[in-house]
Design a protein around this ligand. Structure first.
Ligand code: ZN
Length: 533
């Protein structure tokens, strides 16, 4: 089946040959993009049989279920959310990772930081918020996430990004909004920070495994096994990222946005983006095979079902359209797949030792920031022949580390991606020559990368199918219910198609067609979230 066959809902075949447009259904009043952060297709397929009677089954009874495929190997939150909103890969969006080494500033920068605080300053292209506002029809665009970057990057510079600020224990945005203030007053998060995460019944049978499965490490100070009591963690306000409460408050904020911004009430279609960040942290801490992942998925199923019912009441059953998908996948637990873990600091130590053997004492390696290794300024300023020798020595030193799959010169891989095909194209699309490191390193299949003091059950950020293939569930306008789907179609959707599809539903030009970037919105005077997940 062609990769474009998934548009069949709005295209009908003419005599089995050239497709012609079907009559357009009534435009939706509200377009919703739901992102389950770190949601591999393999993990959803494994859980699908157990998901009956909730939100997922309704999605699968009203929508199409396909495999979405990221075109590049920077399978991380920042690049994924930027691609969902802009329709462009890192080579175009400039969002190569969640954070990278800035050669000018000589330090690590975060994907949504700027000199005044937090904004889409580093995004080189427009997002869906920009497209909605540029259309000038009065449509609204709101994005809500626990993570600042997941709220900001899909929208671009316009629209209303809202995210969780653990220091304030509250929702914040780039500008004041009365409904956000009211949400913080009416649904305070602080009183719920002590709630203990108790396991749902039946997790052993659902998961087919034990609670303390090998490889589970916990997250945000929670241990490997239930119950998870925030009072035992260093910061209950930070623990919100890694417990079901993190999703509950997103759905609360979504309802507040719908009433506060009058989303879907009248006039031109509005956009609402919801990114469920806790799904990512719980994947990192316990893996998708864990009791915790099963527990969270069952809770999302119920909360999503209730939210779909709320949309029916508020906007009308035929008044909204939706895409449910993810920013990236994740590897199976290395203990189950036969893979392993690479520690970033070990990579840096090996690289620095090789550099010193060649050049003598000095600080030659700035930092390994997945998937790149960056040289310091003194190393970059070496004579070209010496720099080449340095890169060759460093490559040789880390190439032999267990689990390291490939180490390559970034310069040879990036640049004009147009003429490239296959894996050369997939690598090129993840590289921004200004921002990517001198060397690109990727793990072997089944291997994940972690920091020495932040152990992970699983992770993501490679070119393997488990990181690139995510569910795409499409509920278009004018849909007709059918028997709930038990498995995905054989169609693979390029994830760059999501942004233009949402723009079409919204009745606006796709972000890639906008002529120029609008003036940046003022940055929020807050520090960007410091979590690299
Ligand atoms: Zn992650």
């Amino acid at each position: 089946m062609s990769s474009r066959a998934w548009l069949a809902l709005t295209l009908v075949a003419c005599g089995g040959a050239t497709p012609v447009p079907a009559p357009e259904p009534t435009p939706p009043r509200l377009v919703v993009l739901v992102v389950l952060d770190q949601w591999p297709q393999w993990a959803f397929e494994a859980k699908r049989p157990a998901l009956t009677g909730g939100g997922f089954e309704r999605l699968l009874a009203e929508g199409e279920w396909h495999t979405g495929r990221y075109p590049h190997g920077a399978t991380l939150t920042g690049p994924g959310h930027a691609l969902l909103g802009t329709g462009t890969p890192p080579a175009t969006s400039g969002i190569i990772a969640n954070e990278w080494w800035d050669r000018g500033a000589e330090r690590v920068v975060k994907s949504v930081e700027d000199s005044a605080g937090v904004s889409a300053h580093f995004l080189r292209v427009n997002g869906l918020g920009d497209a909605v506002v540029a259309a000038g029809q009065g449509g609204r665009a709101v994005a809500i996430s626990l993570k600042d970057r997941a709220a900001i990057l899909p929208l671009g510079r316009a629209g209303v990004p809202v995210w969780y600020a653990p220091k304030q224990r509250a929702w914040i945005s780039t500008q004041p909004h009365a409904w956000v203030d009211e949400l913080n007053r009416s649904h305070p998060i602080e009183p719920r920070l002590g709630e203990v995460w108790q396991p749902l019944a039946g997790l052993a049978a659902l998961s087919g495994t034990v609670d303390d499965q090998a490889g589970e490490v916990g997250e945000k100070g929670f241990g490997p096994t239930f119950p998870h009591d925030p009072a035992t963690t260093p910061s209950p306000a930070e623990a919100v990222y890694a417990e079901p409460l993190g999703n509950t408050i997103i759905f609360e904020a979504a309802r507040a946005a719908i009433t506060g911004e009058q989303l879907g009430a009248d006039g031109p279609p509005d956009l609402l983006v919801l990114s469920l960040s806790a799904h990512d942290y719980i994947g990192h801490g316990w893996g998708h095979e864990s009791w915790e992942a099963w527990d969270l998925t069952k809770r999302i199923d119920a909360e999503l079902g209730a939210f779909l019912g709320y949309l029916d009441e508020r906007v009308g059953a035929g008044g909204w359209a939706m895409v449910v998908t993810s920013d990236h996948g994740a590897a199976p637990l290395p203990e189950l797949s036969g893979g392993g873990r690479i520690v970033f600091e070990d990579v840096e130590d090996r690289a620095e030792a090789a550099a010193r053997q060649l050049l003598g004492a000095g600080d030659w390696i700035a930092v390994p920031k997945a998937p790149y290794l960056y040289l310091t300024k003194p190393a970059r300023e070496l004579l070209p022949t010496q720099r080449e020798e340095l890169l060759a020595a460093v490559t040789a030193s880390i190439q032999t580390m267990p689990g390291v799959g490939r180490v390559e010169r970034t310069r040879a891989l990036g640049g004009d991606c147009g003429p490239r095909t296959g894996e050369a194209l997939e690598l090129c699309l993840m590289i921004d020559p200004d921002r990517s490191g001198e060397l690109l390193f990727l793990p072997k299949e089944g291997w994940i990368m972690e920091e020495r003091d932040e152990r992970l059950a699983t992770a993501h950020g490679s070119l393997y199918d488990y990181d690139r293939n995510v569910p795409v569930i499409v509920l278009p306008p004018g849909r007709v219910a059918h028997a709930p789907l038990a498995s995905p179609s054989s169609t693979t959707i390029p994830m760059t198609d999501i942004s233009p599809l949402l723009a079409r539903w919204l009745g606006v030009a796709p972000p890639t067609s906008l002529p120029a970037l609008p003036a940046p919105a003022p940055a929020a005077p807050v520090t960007p979230s410091d979590d690299p997940s």
